[in-house]
Design a protein around this ligand. Sequence first.
Ligand code: GCW
Length: 680
Amino acid sequence: AWLQNGFEPDHAAMGPIHDFLQQIITTAQAGSGIYQTAVQELVDGIRSITGQKPVCMESGSGRYLTLGTIGSSSFIDQSIEAGEAERLGDEGFVIRKVDRGEHVYIVLAGKTEKGLLYAVFHFLRLLKTGGLTDQVDVTEVPKYRLRMVNHWDNMDGSVERGYAGQSIFYRNDVLLSRSARVRDYARLLASVGINGIAINNVNVHRHETRLITEVYLPDVARIADIFRNYGIRLYLSVNFAAPIELGDLRTADPLDADVQKWWKEKAADVYCYVPDFGGFLVKADSENRPGPFTYGRDHADGANMLAEALKPYGGIVLWRCFVYNCHQDWRDRTTDRARAAYDHFKPLDGRFLDNVVLQIKNGPMDFQVREPVSPLIGAMEKTNQIVEFQITQEYTGQQKDVCYLIPQWKEVLDFDTRIKGEGSTVKEIAAGLVHPYVHSGITAVSNIGDDLNWTGHHLAQANLYGYGRLIWNPELSSELIAKEWALLTFGPNKAAADTIADILMASWPIYEKYTSPLGVGWMVRPHYHYGPDIDGYEYSKWGTYHFADCHGIGVDRTQSTGTGYSAQYEKANSELYENLETCPDELLLFFHHVPYTHRLKSGKTVIQHIYDTHFEGVEQVEQVISRWRGLEGDIDAERYRHVCGRLEAQLENAKEWRDVINTYFYRKSAIPDEKNRVIY
Ligand code: GCW
């Protein structure tokens, strides 16, 4: 992946920096294993980039690198300005050249060892991408405090919505706690700044319910040790009905004293094994999972009960807001799944303890190719929130089709909720800068498995890499992230990296074009969620409808004639979406039901837009294939061929979507394509 070794070293490109890379001066660090990790990563990284192993010493002179925490050596402290340690906080770092006559050195320093580790990875990244000069002076502080990944891995080794093989954590109900793969994953995550991981599926089944018991805790602890050395805290998903399912109690009522006591004991057990355990991730009263509703209690009762148990140890509860009625009668036109999270949680603002964090999916429905931003984000002033993205490509091509998601997440982060006037963007809300949250940040469902290339489709690695980079610094452009990834992964060939970045940048718009139009979503094969099935969910219980008939298509979510969802936004946004004239084209069918002849802002009718985009989508996949073919010989043959294979399959998928969608809407509307192309 992007920590890949073995490219030909380019000494010339390194220029004067090269002189600094032969000696590393370490400092006497008390601290945790993270310092050892940092030194090791620096040594290994330099060796793999330059072909030469640097020497580690405790003192020296001339040109060298030195790394340590502030306060651990006078050489380091001399490079730090007054007040800088405070500004760096627990995770920031500096990389800076210092010239003191006999000593000319580049210092890598953090206030903490964790900050230092991030400095090392950043240094290596700059070195490998040619971004390092001998005048280096970098200061970095992450934007978000919680920067997490979630795994939907099950103990039998399967991964829910996983498209890259089996779990790296489990096989046959056993934890793979000595696996080298887990350590490599910790390296990958730390190299892009991830600091938290939940290692089991939010749908907590029978075996996984026992992860918090002594049966599995010794193994959980071993995995936590691996991640700890890379500055990553471990979290577990828990089953709300665990007190019953483990056979200890007859109720899981959060207000029952025995239940409260039970969870307190469990928390104590967990902290015995994992002293820096992050906390519990909970999917409750969602998609048939147990929760407080069974006992006539609400989400605040449920979350607070767990929060009380974790509080003495500094743990948190990540409580998911993906709560909706998954047994809806499709005939019922008043219930709207998009409304559900806001309707359930907004009234509870102020009732949650301060170590509860609500985890909110970026869209109100479910990780579709295109959705508006969830109106719950920022809507609760007194309740901590974290935004949840999906790196695994459940609805965005399943790592068969290329779909670079950083631009999508950036759109979400840049969305201005206007909750507290202009500038109340998701980016600022998730950083706790709009409301003073005690805990906040970003999390996402990981896309890796035990496939040799981690992500099934090699290009899907860019999503995991980019996710980490983006949530460290959301000001980075999608394009810059794509180029960085390509250079790190395929080697120092700028032209090749530019082509790969172009392909990535084009991919989300292309995927959107040949799949579901204008924000209507779904239209996917039920359960699998890959490939077209327009009516697959239309008469189902899942609350995901498009309402296409012979006259028109779309979901009326307006306040005036529809479900009223649009009213969940602040006035300016609410009016923007409510009004047919101002609603952005790409979300038109999410908010409105319109005739096929309705004219978009682009000037096209809805039906012509559907035809055009579906033809274009396929043509653009063909262009991507020819651009990729141009890379033959410039990148290694194995990965070249692998991506060729995926792209050919993507073309078939795109054609299938094009023909199914165009044919369906031609038959429904009886309106011919203006350009008379083949529709079946
Ligand atoms: O998108 C849906 C998925 C489920 C998933 C659920 C969730 C883990 O289809 O597989 O369950 O979301 O986020 O809880």
